[in-house]
Design a protein around this ligand. Structure first.
Ligand SMILES: [Ca+2]
Ligand SMILES: [Ca+2]
Ligand SMILES: [Ca+2]
Length: 266
């Protein structure tokens, strides 16, 4: 009897959990965008700031090769639901893609780390909620919006801007400066490095100034600056480049439709 009762309670809890899950599920949104270098020793990702100009602060690590898109609920998603575009490199191609249905995180992996560029991440509205089938509500205003994405109604792709400039610790859009010793001192992008290097023990500034991603600020973090002196963010803005297939399909359609359209007009 008690065995049956326990089973019944377990069944009821499972049913209630399922119902609550369905109630919670709604229109899927993006809840965070993070980056990471796969070679980084410290665990954890870096969440790109939102809600102001800091969204476009230059990411100064030279190892960024993973972009992680966090969703508000379990979604049906594939590699083709994303695009990554730049100015120096108009179209990026991922080396691989994965999705964790337990954490709702999609990971877009690049074969080589990002170098200096202005980037535009496209998260398409073709992404749908597993529970409800609703399309992604991805509407986003760069340097203004905060998470979650969306305007409250299903549909609307997310076009998310961010900047990468390895070595640009002072966030002015150009890698520059001088380093001298003794005593160790620096100008430009070397100044934040020297400050972190001399600031032993308290961990302050470690995240940004650890340019080689080994978990500490040391002389090994100089080369990402010295090796990029003179590089800048490109001028202009990245734009979404339609897939080649889109043109081919459109071309085929026009080839078939044009004579008919012309015929009708005559
Ligand atoms: Ca929307
Ligand atoms: Ca700089
Ligand atoms: Ca380091």
């Amino acid at each position: 009897m008690s065995h049956k009762l326990n089973l019944s309670i377990v069944g009821t809890i499972a049913l209630l959990t399922s119902l609550v899950g369905q109630l919670d599920a709604g229109i899927p949104t993006v809840s965070a965008i993070k980056v990471r270098g796969s070679t980084w020793v410290p665990t954890g990702d870096y969440e790109i700031p939102t809600g102001g100009p800091s969204q476009l602060d230059t990411l100064s690590w030279p190892q960024i090769d993973e972009i992680k898109i966090h969703f508000s609920e379990n979604v049906s998603v594939s590699q083709s639901d994303f695009g990554l575009f730049g100015v120096n490199t108009p179209v990026y191609s991922p080396s691989s893609f994965s999705y964790d249905a337990g954490t709702f995180v999609a990971t877009y992996m690049l074969g080589t780390p990002l170098t200096a560029d202005k980037l535009l991440l496209q998260v398409k509205e073709s992404i749908t909620s597993v529970a409800t089938g609703d399309n992604l509500d991805g509407d986003w205003t760069n340097t203004s919006s905060t998470y979650n994405s969306g305007n409250g109604s299903a549909g609307g792709e997310m076009l998310f801007r961010f900047n990468v400039l390895p070595g640009d610790l002072d966030n002015d859009g150009t890698v520059s400066g001088t380093l001298s010793s003794p005593p160790l001192s620096g100008t430009g992008d070397y100044a934040p490095f020297v400050a972190a290097f001399n600031d032993v023990g308290d961990g302050v500034n470690i995240q940004f100034e650890d340019l080689n991603g080994d978990g500490a600020v040391s002389i090994f973090d100089v080369s990402p600056i010295s090796g990029n002196i003179g590089t800048s963010l490109p001028s202009g803005e990245p734009v979404v480049v339609p897939e080649a297939g889109t043109y081919a399909i459109l071309g085929s359609f026009l080839a078939i439709a044009a004579p008919a359209i012309r015929g009708r007009r005559l």
